[in-house]
Design a binder for this molecule. Structure first.
Ligand code: PGA
Length: 252
């Protein structure tokens, strides 16, 4: 992986024409630049196969979720083994929208994480505090709780050493008018840096900022200490704007 990751989280957006254009533009941009950041595209499941086939490695492809492998069957469930077989390399886990709207709790998130790693997928583990938690001065405590919920869960210690992407996404900055300011998130990234310095379970770790990133504000995060990636939501659905983010995060 390159030193800087830019993850495009398409959520419920995109269609065949969009994905085709996204891949063409990125490949064209990659050819015209000496160094390009590592782009990870997370399409919705129906487009996974098409995106993997067309991309042939640029961008790297992942998915937005997988089901935790329970002892019982769940209609509509898509497993980590299925998406790995189809060529996905990453999976987003613990996104605040899924914690909130799909009722994915600590146990579900921990099981999804383990399934991902066991099937060779790199987890993009999303963590972040709400506005209320921040006002109460609990930001770092919440981040620690969310990380421990995964790393102290039964079974985690049996996983092989693996890469991890941690996406710090303050909930109040997701889908908002403005991204957080760098000074609002510095403390969280310093915390991540120190926390992971003590962990032995990982090969490589990336710390992404997420929450209303676009072409006008990405530069400050790219330049920020301990930030090694971005998780981009709405902005990635506009291919031209997203390619500007990629260019600005590629050292050009
Ligand atoms: P946003 O979404 O960039 O639209 O705020 C970020 C995310 O995917 O969480």
């Amino acid at each position: 992986m390159s030193d800087f990751l830019v993850v495009a989280n398409c959520k419920q957006g995109g269609n065949a024409a969009y994905f085709s254009k996204f891949i063409d533009c990125l490949q064209e941009q990659a050819q015209s630049m000496t160094s390009v950041c590592q782009v990870v595209l997370l399409p919705q499941m129906p487009y996974l196969q098409m995106v993997v086939e067309k991309s042939s490695g640029v961008p790297i492809v992942g998915v937005q979720s997988v089901c935790p492998a329970y002892e019982y069957q769940v209609t509509g469930g898509v497993t980590a083994s299925m998406v790995a077989e189809m060529g996905a390399k990453f999976v987003c886990i613990g996104h605040s929208e899924r914690r909130m709207h799909c009722f994915e709790n600590e146990k579900i998130i921990a099981l999804q994480y383990q399934q991902a790693v066991l099937h060779g997928l790199t987890p993009i583990l999303c963590i972040g505090e709400t506005a209320k938690e921040r006002q109460e001065g609990r930001t770092l405590a919440v981040l620690e709780e969310q990380l421990s919920g995964v790393f102290l869960h039964e079974g985690f210690d049996k996983l092989p050493k693996h890469d991890i992407v941690v996406a710090y996404e303050p909930v109040w900055a997701i889908g908002a008018k403005q991204a957080a300011r760098v000074e609002d998130v510095e403390e969280a990234f310093l915390f991540l840096h120190r926390y992971f310095a003590k962990q032995m379970a990982f090969e490589r770790q990336y710390f992404c900022y997420g929450g209303s990133v676009d072409q006008d504000n990405c530069q400050q995060f790219y330049a920020a200490q301990y930030v090694s990636g971005l998780l981009v939501g709405r902005c990635c659905l506009n291919v031209e704007r997203f390619m500007e983010v990629v260019a600005q995060c590629s050292g050009s």
